[in-house]
Design a protein around this ligand. Structure first.
Ligand SMILES: Cc1ncc(COP(=O)(O)O)c(C=O)c1O
Length: 414
C-alpha cells in the first residue's frame, strides 16, 4: 500500500509497484490511457467473479449498482470540488461533450464557437449539430502557443450574437496548452452562450476547481489521468443547465419515476443525463482508481510532481539542438509536444520506442510527438528519454546509427 506520508524515495517505488504497467517501458502516454492500479484491477476482477457466481438479476444486485454509481459520482465530485448532485456518470469524455452539445435546443443559423486545437471528442458533436440543424461553427484560431491574452481576444471576436455554445478543451490534446477557462466562460455567459469544457487532459494532471471555472458542463474521462478503466467518465453539470430537461437521450436512469403513459419525474440533479446503463465492474473500478489516487497518493503531491517534471522535461527537450517544443511552457499541464528537425514524427517515435522503450504517441495533424508526464515517472526515465531524443535529433533517418545504442540508453535502475 502507498501512503501520502512516505518520503519520495520510498513512495515512488511503492507507487510503481502498485501500477504494474509502469514496468512495461517508459510510460509516457497517460494522455491516451493511464496505468491501471493493481488494486483497481483486483476490485474489478472480484466484482466480475461475484457477478459470475451470483448472477446479475436479484434485487441486491440492483441496490449494489445504485450504491456503486453514487460512490463513483461522489469520488469524482470530491476531486473537482463540487457536490455529487452535479455529477453524471458517462462512458467517456466524448459522451460528456455530447451531453453538453445536445443540451442546446439548436435552430438553423445558431452559432457554436470552438478552437482550432480540439479533439474529435469535442468536435464530433459540434459537427453533428452543424450537419443536423445548420448551426454555424466558428473555429477560433488560438495559435499554437495559446497565449492567454490572445486567446481571450480571439474569443472576444468569435463569440458573435447568436452564439449558443462555446465548447473547448481545458488543456488541448495537441499541444498541451492550458486555456483560460474562467475568463472565456465569463465572456460567453455575458453574451448568453452556454459553456462546455473538455477536461480530458486536465483532470488528474492539474488542479480543477470546477465551480470556480464557471463552465456549465465539464466532461471528464476515467481512463486517462484518473487511471481508471475504459468506458467510464463523468460530466459536471452546473445548476444553470438543470433548469430544463435538455436531454439528448433518456431512459430508465434519467427518471425518479415513470409510468406506462410516460408521465415521468426527471431527476432534479445531474443523474438525469445518465439515460443509459453502465458495466458494474467498471463503475467500481472508476471509483476505486479515483479513491486510490485521492487517499493513497494525494492530489497536492500528484499535481506538484507533474508540474515540476513536465516543466523540466519540456525545458530539457527544448535545450536539445534540433528539437522544437510546441507546448507553451508558461501555461502547460502534463503534456509535452515536440518535433525533431529532419524527422517525420512517426519515424522518430519508432526510433525512440526501440531505443528507450518509451510508450508515447504522435499528433498527426501537427506531425509531432506527444508525451504525457505522469507522477509515477522517475527523473531517470525522463533523462533517458531526453538522451534518446537528443540522439535522434543529432542524426537523420539515413545517418542514425544502428541500434547498438539501446543498452546504453536503457541505462541502469533509477
Ligand atoms: C482533449 C481530449 N478530448 C477527448 C478525448 C477523447 O476521450 P474519451 O475517449 O474519453 O472520449 C481525448 C483523448 O482521447 C482528448 O485528449
Amino acid at each position: 500500500m502507498v501512503t501520502p506520508f512516505l518520503p519520495d524515495d520510498e513512495k515512488i517505488p511503492a507507487i510503481r509497484e502498485a501500477l504494474p504497467s509502469t514496468a512495461a517501458g517508459i510510460y509516457l502516454n497517460t494522455g491516451t490511457a493511464g496505468p491501471l492500479p493493481r488494486e483497481t484491477a483486483h476490485a474489478m476482477a472480484e466484482a466480475e467473479a461475484w457477478d459470475l457466481r451470483t448472477g446479475r438479476a436479484d434485487l441486491n444486485f440492483y441496490k449494489d449498482s445504485v450504491e456503486r454509481k453514487a460512490e463513483a459520482r461522489a469520488s469524482i465530485a470530491a476531486v473537482l470540488g463540487t457536490d455529487p448532485s452535479h455529477m453524471a456518470l458517462t462512458h467517456a469524455t466524448t459522451d460528456g461533450m455530447n451531453v453538453a452539445t445536445w443540451a442546446v435546443d439548436w435552430r438553423a443559423g445558431d452559432v457554436a464557437v470552438t478552437t482550432n486545437l480540439e479533439h474529435p471528442g469535442g468536435l464530433g458533436p459540434l459537427w453533428a449539430v452543424r450537419e443536423r440543424y445548420g448551426v454555424e461553427l466558428k473555429i477560433a484560431d488560438i495559435g499554437m502557443g495559446a497565449d492567454p491574452a490572445n486567446v481571450l481576444a480571439t474569443f472576444d471576436r468569435a463569440i458573435v450574437p447568436g452564439t449558443r455554445l462555446v465548447s473547448l478543451s481545458h488543456v488541448t490534446w495537441a499541444t498541451g496548452a492550458c486555456l483560460p477557462i474562467r475568463e472565456i466562460a465569463e465572456l460567453a455567459h455575458s453574451r448568453g452562450a452556454l459553456v462546455a469544457i473538455d477536461g480530458a487532459q486536465a483532470v488528474g494532471a492539474i488542479p480543477v476547481a470546477v465551480e470556480e471555472l464557471g463552465a456549465d458542463f465539464y466532461a471528464v474521462p476515467g481512463q486517462k489521468w484518473l487511471l481508471g478503466p475504459e468506458g467510464m467518465g463523468a460530466v459536471y453539470c452546473a445548476d444553470s443547465v438543470l433548469d430544463r430537461p435538455r436531454l439528448a437521450f433518456a431512459g430508465y436512469s434519467s427518471f425518479e419515476s415513470m409510468d406506462l403513459a410516460a408521465e415521468a419525474k426527471l431527476w432534479p440533479d445531474a443523474r438525469r443525463f445518465e439515460g443509459v446503463g453502465f458495466h458494474g465492474p467498471s463503475v467500481l473500478g472508476f471509483a476505486r482508481s479515483v479513491a486510490w489516487l485521492s487517499m493513497f497518493v494525494g492530489w497536492q503531491w500528484i499535481h506538484d510532481r507533474i508540474a515540476r517534471m513536465a516543466g523540466e522535461t519540456a525545458a530539457m527537450l527544448a535545450d536539445a539542438p534540433g528539437v522544437e517544443v510546441l507546448t507553451p511552457r508558461e501555461n502547460m499541464a502534463g503534456l509535452v509536444t515536440f518535433r525533431i528537425a529532419g524527422w517525420k514524427s512517426t519515424s522518430a517515435l519508432r526510433e525512440l520506442s526501440q531505443r528507450t522503450l518509451c510508450i508515447a504517441r504522435t499528433i498527426p495533424p501537427l506531425d509531432a510527438i506527444r508525451i504525457s508526464v505522469g507522477f509515477f515517472n522517475t527523473d531517470g526515465e525522463l533523462r533517458r528519454f531526453r538522451d534518446g531524443v537528443a540522439l535522434v535529433a543529432e542524426t537523420t533517418p539515413e545517418t542514425i546509427p544502428h541500434r547498438a545504442h539501446i543498452e546504453v540508453l536503457r541505462g541502469g535502475v533509477d
